[in-house]
Design a protein around this ligand. Structure first.
Ligand SMILES: Cc1ncc(COP(=O)(O)O)c(C=O)c1O
Length: 373
């Protein structure tokens, strides 16, 4: 069995510290610590006086309560705190997948769960999100690819890389499919809260079906990726089983991650963070859209409903990884290659940055494109 690298994260490791402008971040421009704490001198003093111990292995109860509040019907015992959504996805797969089990997932998608399954010798089947129908789910394809051995259906909703939010009917189609074969739903919902067009937050899969593990994170909707805090919300006995893998993998999140995530998700602070994220998304997208519209037929795309990225098809005969590398080398601008999400001839372009950064990046991309056409 050959090892499958995590293509997107691998290319980010290679390029993100080398380029002038990194437009591969699907979250918004990260928040500074002083911006998070604002005028709250008490919190700063509390941090300085904190013993840098291991925090609660499964997340401190206040943090777990703050997370539970984001899910209808969830309680503290439904929540496990992890080192980012990355760890959550990983230990969920470790816990659920047995020899011979298969994964059913989407294309295009963030391919972490996909790669984990392949690297553990599981068959992966994928159903399409349809580019020519605004990224709507192809329900016939979903049903055709469902197998008796499907153990997990993994979805990212709102989706990365397209920013598409599933309708209630599409969510029901996923639940019905899972129910038919007794599969679990791994719902990676890290972009929940990062909506562009709507005020209400995206519905969670949690509560729609018994066998749901919903994953969230501080990285995207809250602009705090460096905290490295994520979580799983699910049935308490399954959450306990996942916690047993967490002890092997990372033991616990960091003390300051735990402390600051608790603060950030408190009812007093959280709305300010969600507003900041949405402001970046809502101000950044029109700059991308106006630039694309000026490129006269070079691109086609469906505007994202959430997240700080857009998955854009380019009409040029060049492979997306080649194009991404050329942009890094010639323009010093880094965008995601469609290949990393399972769909060539696309670029994932992030727009959750300040206007001047975006305008500089787009004019550099344009100059490189002119040398190609
Ligand atoms: C869909 C999705 N899940 C998980 C992650 C990893 O998130 P975290 O920083 O919380 O580990 C990402 C990061 O890009 C993502 O896009």
């Amino acid at each position: 069995m050959t090892f499958t690298a995590f293509d997107l994260e691998y290319t980010q490791s290679l390029w993100e510290q080398k380029v002038d402008i990194n437009l591969t971040e699907s979250g918004v421009h990260p928040m500074r610590l002083d911006e998070l704490l604002g005028e709250d001198k008490h919190k700063l003093a509390e941090m300085l006086a904190t013993e840098i111990n291991y925090p609660h292995v499964n997340g401190n109860p206040q943090l777990r309560e703050n997370i539970a509040r984001l899910y209808d019907g969830a309680k503290v015992e439904n929540v496990l705190v992890t080192v980012g959504a990355a760890e959550a996805n990983n230990i969920i797969m470790q816990t659920l997948m047995r020899p011979g089990d298969e994964l059913l997932t989407q294309i295009p998608t963030y391919k972490q769960v996909w790669g984990i399954a392949l690297n553990n010798d599981h068959k992966v089947n994928a159903f399409r999100l349809q580019a020519d129908s605004g990224w709507a789910l192809d329900v016939d394809d979903l049903n055709a690819r469902l197998m008796p051995k499907t153990r997990v259906i993994a979805v990212v909703n709102p989706n990365n890389p397209t920013g598409y939010i599933m309708t209630g009917e599409e969510m029901d189609a996923i639940v019905n499919a899972a129910d038919r074969v007794g599969a679990w739903i791994l719902a990676d919902e890290v972009y929940r809260g990062a909506e562009r067009l709507q005020e209400e937050e995206t519905q969670s899969f949690f509560g729609r079906y018994d066998k749901v593990l919903a994953v969230g994170s501080m990285s995207k909707a809250y602009g705090l990726p460096g905290l490295r805090v994520g979580w799983v919300v699910g049935p308490p006995d399954m959450v306990d089983d996942i916690w047993r893998r967490h002890e092997y993998t990372t033991i616990t999140a960091s003390m300051f991650g735990d402390l600051l995530a608790t603060y950030a998700l408190s009812p007093e602070v959280r709305p300010r963070l969600v507003k900041r994220t949405r402001d970046y998304i809502r101000n950044g997208f029109p700059i991308l859209e106006a630039w694309i519209n000026r490129q006269e037929g070079m691109f086609s795309f469906t505007p994202p409903q959430a997240s700080a990225v857009s998955f854009v098809r380019y009409h040029m005969d060049i492979n997306s990884t080649e194009l991404m590398e050329k942009l890094c080398r010639d323009a010093s601008v880094f965008v995601g290659a469609g290949d990393s999400f399972g769909m060539d001839h696309h670029l994932r372009i992030a727009f959750g940055q300040d206007k001047a950064v975006l305008e500089d990046a787009f004019s550099r991309i344009e100059s490189t494109f002119k040398t190609l056409s």
